[in-house]
Write a protein that binds this ligand. Structure first.
Ligand code: ME8
Length: 644
């Protein structure tokens, strides 16, 4: 049996998962489920990326150990994947011992082969942050982006370096000679031009933090992120410990990644493998970004959407089961956006797909036919008579589509695959209208009426099998209603798509509509109420925004709040008025550094007590990763000036 190994990126555990992560994971899940249906021996891997200074810092901010923090967030990812019906075969965490062993072995091998050498890493360093910053991240006059006004220092640190430069020519030639290894065209061109412009050696160890896997022969160094992260793909496949499994699944068929990490997958990863003498993956496929109002869904940009909360919202609005609403989201994401391109999420577009495609085209096909079977055929699937009218055309449409799908999934053309399945559904709906079994039955020709019903239901059965990777729950419901036993997921192609699979005489079990239509007016009212977490992604009108009174304020005094190590109590001047403010910035700013600063505050917020401090307003600050940065006017303006 041919094998098929597909991976998602392993996600950082600096925060809970959001719909952007779900997008990649759902795509990988659909490909994995389809390949199982097509008879492949599938290995589908996802997981979490848990080391590094950023994660250690987030844990510290939450006052827990890095291990406790990563345990908590990794569990959140696992819960979400269960709720979204993700069928991963393994979930790898980079903090697992099985992984440390592989990372250390690879690191040692690369060192022994001269691909890794000891040198120095140089860069702009902020000591309190224990972090290097890129030139582009620095504040004015080379200051730290976190500790405003504090100059960073050009620092050199002993470090192990990976000799990427030496492999540049080999990799360029390899990618040019094997266009399929990197898809689609955009990311491939980006990587080729990057390679043409030359590769620099990169630092692959650090001595400034400890939350990572130690270099085995020099343990004051920890192995720095990408070698640790990328190697997960071979750890989980069984490299070192399970050679038979490794031989079966490696090289991976496809690494699915978002386009922002294609460079790591298409440059560093093949070089690691090549230098270690391991076969290269067959393909890296970089998909586009899911956006909201044109902006990327992203933790650091503060736009997030919890896909399960969205499913619950859709379930409440439609009356569908939550798992069916999950199916609808899985379907929507892969139907609406061509895989590879960026695409915008919008609730109205989701509702439109729910009503038009799932409720009307798919669900209604059953709702229109099964009651006729109940009424006129004692609830049993009628036998089919000789082919006539549109029968053969419908059968051929179904066969043609079924035959094309494996190729479409190989190209990760999810949208094309769904469009092809919709040709069956479209043809079946038109066939039903034209052949009108109710008319035949009424005219005393139940045999022809029964044949038409059989063919329509058989088209629905074929579509149900083919749709099962996208809609695991809804297709199971349809399967049951059609009077079939077992599950669509346990079928195998091509047999399962052979015309005639529906058993005449089987008792159908019509039930509630699987996709009850959503009342668009009622849904519009609740749009965005529960789908957002943290910073809302719902839109507001300009009039709503105008209700917020933003003003410039000057900080007169700042002091810690006893018993609350995140809070500072500020005394601020807003025009002629003096106010107190509680601000959760104690971990980012020292009181003494704040006095005299001009900041932006929300001046018309209802006063409230925070840890005993009466807070008369709120200051504005940007958060980026684990940094919090105060908003200050670019030039001096008097306190009290309004901001809009
Ligand atoms: O990069 N649209 O982890 P990460 C589409 N740990 N996809 C999105 C997305 C969006 N708006 N937001 C996130 C890392 N993603 C590393 C990877 S792999 C060896 C190490 C998806 O938590 C997309 O797959 O930042 C993207 O590449 C990934 O999440 C980034 O996840």
């Amino acid at each position: 049996m041919a094998s098929y190994y597909i991976t998602t990126p392993i996600y950082y555990v600096n925060d809970v998962p959001h719909i952007g992560h779900a997008y990649t994971t759902i795509a990988a899940d659909v490909a994995a489920r389809f390949k199982r249906l097509a008879g492949y021996d599938v290995f589908f891997l996802t997981g979490t990326d848990e080391h590094g200074v950023n994660i250690a810092r987030v844990a510290e901010r939450h006052q827990v150990s890095p291990q406790a923090w990563t345990d908590k967030i990794a569990a959140e990812f696992q819960t979400l994947w269960r709720r979204l019906n993700i069928s991963n075969d393994d979930f790898i965490r980079t903090t697992e011992p099985r992984h440390a062993k592989v990372v250390q072995t690879i690191f040692t091998q690369l060192y022994e082969r001269g691909a890794i050498y000891k040198g120095t890493y140089e860069g702009w360093y902020c000591a309190p942050c224990e972090s290097y910053y890129a030139e582009t991240e620095l504040g004015p006059n080379n200051t730290c982006p976190v500790h405003t006004n504090r100059p960073v220092e050009w620092t050199a640190e002993e470090s192990y370096l990976f000799r990427l430069s030496q492999y540049r020519d080999w990799l360029l030639e390899y990618i040019e000679a094997h266009p399929g290894v990197l898809e689609p065209d955009g990311p491939r061109s980006e990587v080729i031009s990057l390679l043409r412009s030359g590769l620099k050696d990169i630092a692959v160890s650090r001595t400034t933090f400890t939350w990572g896997i130690p270099v085995p022969f020099d343990p004051k160094h920890v192995i720095y992120v990408w070698i640790d992260a990328l190697t997960n793909y071979i750890t989980a496949a069984g490299y070192l410990d399970y050679p038979a499994r490794f031989a079966r699944y490696w090289p991976a068929n496809v690494h699915l990644v978002g386009k922002e990490i294609v460079r790591f997958h298409a440059v560093i990863w093949p070089i690691i493998l090549h230098a270690a003498g391991i076969a290269l993956p067959k393909q890296t496929f970089a998909h586009g970004w899911l956006t909201f109002g044109g902006q990327k869904f992203s933790k650091s940009l503060g736009t997030v959407l919890d896909p399960y909360a969205l499913a619950k919202e859709i379930a409440a609005e439609s009356g569908a089961e939550v798992d069916v609403a999950v199916d609808a989201i899985r379907y929507f994401l892969l139907r609406e956006i061509p895989f590879g391109a960026d695409g915008d999420y919008s609730k109205p577009a989701l509702i439109h797909r729910f009503n038009a495609d799932l409720a009307n085209d798919y669900g209604n096909l059953l709702n229109r036919t099964l009651p006729l079977v109940e009424r006129h055929f004692e609830g049993r699937v009628p036998a089919r008579g000789p082919e006539q009218g549109g029968d053969a055309a419908l059968r051929e449409t179904a066969a043609r589509t079924a035959g094309r799908l494996d190729g479409l999934i190989d190209r990760l053309d999810f949208r094309g695959a769904l469009e092809a399945i919709w040709e069956i559904l479209g043809a079946a709906n038109v066939y039903l209208d034209r052949e009108a079994p109710w008319r035949e039955i009424g005219a005393g020709n139940p045999q022809r009426g029964g044949t038409v019903l059989y063919n329509t239901l058989e088209a629905a059965r074929t579509a149900t099998v083919l749709l099962s990777p996208w809609l695991p729950t809804a297709t199971q419901r349809a399967w049951d209603q059609l009077g079939l036993s077992g599950s669509p997921a346990s079928q195998r192609l091509p047999d399962a798509a052979r015309w005639g699979g529906l058993a005449a005489g089987a008792l159908v079990r019509p039930g509630q509509p699987i996709f009850p239509r959503i009342d668009t007016k009622a849904a519009a009212k609740s749009d965005g109420q529960t789908t957002t977490r943290g910073n809302a992604v719902s839109q507001i009108t300009i009039d709503e925004f105008k209700k917020v009174e933003l003003r410039i304020a000057e900080i007169l005094e700042a002091k810690p709040v006893a018993g609350a190590d995140k809070l500072l109590e500020l005394r601020i001047k807003v025009g002629d008025e003096t106010r107190t403010l509680a601000a959760g910035i104690a971990q980012y700013y020292k009181p003494a550094d704040l006095v005299g600063r001009k900041i932006v505050v929300v001046a018309n917020l209802q006063p409230r007590k925070v840890r005993g401090v009466e807070s008369q307003g709120m200051l504005l600050a940007a958060s980026h990763g684990d940094q919090v940065i105060l908003l200050t006017p670019e030039r001096d303006v008097p306190s009290g000036a309004s901001v809009s």
